[in-house]
Design a binder for this molecule. Structure first.
Ligand SMILES: Cc1cc2nc3c(=O)[nH]c(=O)nc-3n(C[C@H](O)[C@H](O)[C@H](O)COP(=O)(O)OP(=O)(O)OC[C@H]3O[C@@H](n4cnc5c(N)ncnc54)[C@H](O)[C@@H]3O)c2cc1C
Length: 495
């Protein structure tokens, strides 16, 4: 048996990777290496700094339950506050000593003889680990659209995940491609700055009114002195969001009025803000609420009423050095192109982020492709011992991602605790337990909006290339948390 250089290697220093490291600390594990290709902590909130970025889940809910933050300035904190919170967590839990930045993992390989993982890092010596935790995120690899001529564009191209703050938008003729959750936050911020902005929309998005009050210093003081008050606010906000975003989507068959009432609420919001019936029609989604992550904004629709903003719904045919041409042959001359086109999700390079070779030399991405996307309790995979893959299929319940992270922390603790108790050197989920979980997930989807609603026109990243809604874990958030603490340990083989 070999000896590992590190008991645990974690790839990713976002909230997922940091949650895992905090849990390892609670288990008394100190031999940890955290690798990240970025140059600081925070993951999503370090990488995304586009104008208008903010959480779309109330901040009392979008944070660790064990690390409440009484300093949020508003109900939906801006991105910079999430980045500051990530720095605070890294410092408070003394995680920086484990972190190595500018380290891109290219490939990880399991050796069944030594029962160790070898982690290959670009331009650095490979490292070995007994346990590997992949916390590479599910929205962390920016996606450029596949549009003919994009590379020939002679002006400035900015992807929202790589915002260039040095570039002045003032006086520019800009185009924005994409009208997803990012565009909803971005467009109202940049429209007043540019001379002209043309927005290319493939799929309209459901936008609900945003109730986003400033949290007055007096209330922040109460949260600081009386943490129970913030815990109660967290419980209230989480319950409401679970009802709006999770229950309605999961039980669409039994409770169709929940998603329909949200659709009505969003449609009324649009009608209040946009009088022109033609513009309203273009901005109205043709898919059921819940098929895609909904967003909240009070100034997205009014952006399209500005004289310098134009909404284009004709598909893009190609891009030329000085503009975008639609299939109807109309050319829009621009000097700045903003890609609000989101992230890779189901393709290789994200799910998984790089080659992951298991005990039989099987590569995870190829295995998923051939056997359908699956992971036991959304975290472990048969054939891949000593591996926790946090961004897995059927892992995110759809509420705040922090609930998923905390469930996964519990799961890690139970597996590693048992391994330690038995003096084992490896753990692996059994194929039967994995099959049962997949069957359960697919059975539960039968009542969901993903199967009962009209999701085809949504172009939603919840669906993989085989048309399966395999991103979300179709289960109430509390049940998923309970399961993390109670799954039978017999579902694992410890050796
Ligand atoms: C703009 C935006 C807004 C969001 N808003 C919300 C919200 O309001 N509510 C919500 O619940 N969720 C939201 N999300 C989802 C969000 O990604 C999760 O909530 C959470 O931040 C994920 O944390 P993570 O640590 O798992 O992954 P990430 O934060 O994505 O971190 C992954 C890390 O892995 C690193 N990495 C990736 N590949 C490699 C590699 N090959 N080698 C080394 N390092 C690598 C990356 O550099 C990154 O630092 C949002 C996502 C985005 C993009």
């Amino acid at each position: 048996m070999g000896t590992a250089e590190h008991e645990v290697v974690i790839v990713g220093t976002g909230f997922g990777g940091m949650g895992a490291a905090i849990q390892l600390g609670r288990l008394g594990i100190e031999s940890i290496l955290m690798l990240d290709q970025a140059d600081d902590v925070g993951g999503t909130w370090h990488l995304n700094t586009y104008p208008g970025i903010a959480v779309d889940i109330a901040s009392v809910t979008y944070s660790y339950s064990f690390e409440p933050n009484p300093r949020w300035s508003r109900l939906y904190a801006p991105g910079a506050e999430l980045k500051a919170y990530a720095r605070h967590v890294a410092d408070k839990y003394r995680l920086r000593r484990f972190m190595r930045f500018r380290s891109t993992v290219e490939r990880v390989v399991y050796d069944p003889r030594s029962r160790l993982w070898t982690v290959h890092v670009a331009g650095q010596e490979a490292v070995t680990a007994r346990i590997l935790i992949l916390a590479t995120g599910y929205l962390s690899h920016p996606k450029r659209p596949d549009i003919p001529g994009l590379d020939s564009f002679a002006g400035k191209v900015i992807h929202t995940a790589e915002w260039d703050h040095e570039y002045a938008l003032e006086g520019k003729r800009a185009a924005v491609i994409g009208t997803g959750a990012t565009a909803v936050q971005l467009l109202p911020e940049i429209a007043p700055r540019v001379r002209h902005m043309v927005v290319f929309q493939r799929t309209p998005i459901w936008v609900a009114p945003k109730i986003d009050p400033v949290i007055p210093p007096a209330l922040r003081g109460v949260f600081e002195r009386l943490p129970i008050s913030q815990r109660m606010a967290r419980m209230a906000s989480s319950t409401l969001l679970e009802l709006m975003m999770v229950t309605g989507a999961l039980h669409n068959k039994q409770l169709p009025f929940l998603t329909r009432s949200m659709e009505k609420r969003c449609a009324a919001h649009l009608a209040r803000q946009v009088e022109d019936p033609e513009l309203r029609r273009k901005l109205t989604p043709g898919y059921s609420f819940g098929c895609k992550r909904p967003t909240f904004s009070n100034d997205y629709y009014p952006t399209f009423l500005r004289d310098n903003v134009q909404l284009v719904t004709d598909p893009i045919d190609h891009i030329e050095p000085d503009g975008i041409v639609t299939t109807g042959g109309q050319k829009h001359v621009i000097d700045t192109l903003v890609l609000a086109t989101g992230y890779k999700v189901w393709e290789k390079g994200n799910f998984p982020a790089f080659d992951v070779l298991g005990k039989d030399g099987q590569e995870l991405g190829a295995w998923w492709d051939a056997n359908r996307f699956q992971a036991y309790e959304g975290i472990t995979i048969p054939g891949f011992p000593n591996l926790f893959n946090l961004p897995s299929p059927y892992s995110f319940t759809g509420l705040s991602y922090f609930f998923t992270i905390e469930g996964q922390m519990k799961h890690v603790a139970r597996c590693l605790g048992e391994m330690n108790k038995r003096g084992a050197r490896s753990f692996e989920v059994t194929p039967d337990a994995n099959d049962d979980y997949l069957r359960d997930m697919r059975g539960r989807l039968a009542s969901s909006v993903f199967l009962n609603g009209n999701c085809a026109p949504a172009n939603s990243y919840y669906f993989n290339q085989h048309g399966e809604a395999s991103l979300l874990r179709p289960m109430p958030t509390l049940q998923a948390l309970w399961r993390a603490g109670h799954f039978p340990l017999s579902h694992y083989r410890f050796e």
